[in-house]
Design a protein around this ligand. Sequence first.
Ligand code: IPE
Ligand code: IPE
Ligand code: MG
Length: 238
Amino acid sequence: MNDSIDYSQLKIPTHVAIIVDGNGRWAKERGISRLKGHDIGSDNLQKLIPYIMSRGIKVLSLYVFSTENFKRARAEVDHLMDLFVSIYKKELKNYVRNNLKVIFSGRDDPLPKSVIDARDELVEATKNNTGGIVNFCMNYGGRAEIMDAVKRIVHSGVDVNNLTDEDFRHYLYQDLPDVDLMIRTGGELRFSNFLLWQNSYAEFYFPKTKFPDFGPEEFDQAILEYTSRDRRFGGIKQ
Ligand code: IPE
Ligand code: IPE
Ligand code: MG
């Protein structure tokens, strides 16, 4: 908790999305390997998730690996894949205890089987939980998601003349509400193919803090900033 924030006045977004970025640069600044930066970033993330959900957020989407991240060096990709397996296994009991439902967005191919198995176990173990949704976007790409939705629509044979925005949403990887607040740590001012459909009217927040240093106080600052935003959705303020 941050003494300078009046918590009773905060507007709590329904869906928060975070681009977990800056692990590599954080490590470089400290003269340690990028891989170690991912380990520390990932520990930070697992600590931060229960805090964020305790603030009343209903859906938290986390960009942990993009379809494009497979372009990275083999050693880094392999390390991240191993990290996913160990985190999903290790944290399973905590998600169960915290009543959080874990879901995933992204393509299976070319994820290793070990990652898919650990993912599926976590999804299965938490599927009836009711305390909020944590959506890991892993091997996720916004364009891939839209392309995959279009293919599913075509294959379903549905009459596209009557298809609405709302109908389209059902063909995305997960049927979730639009993002209200999108945070990207690490200071880059772009959203790198993240939730292209769902971010249409999101409020963006771009702290310079690199992810390993992004903690509860910084998250609360993001909510404070969100509270001050005037969301109009194309309308005119009355
Ligand atoms: C984000 O940190 C984590 C992943 C993309 C998996 P980066 O690895 O992109 O860190 P920077 O941006 O190079 O600092
Ligand atoms: C976006 O970060 C993907 C994740 C954080 C998982 P990147 O570091 O891969 O994005 P770019 O390369 O800076 O656009
Ligand atoms: Mg990056």
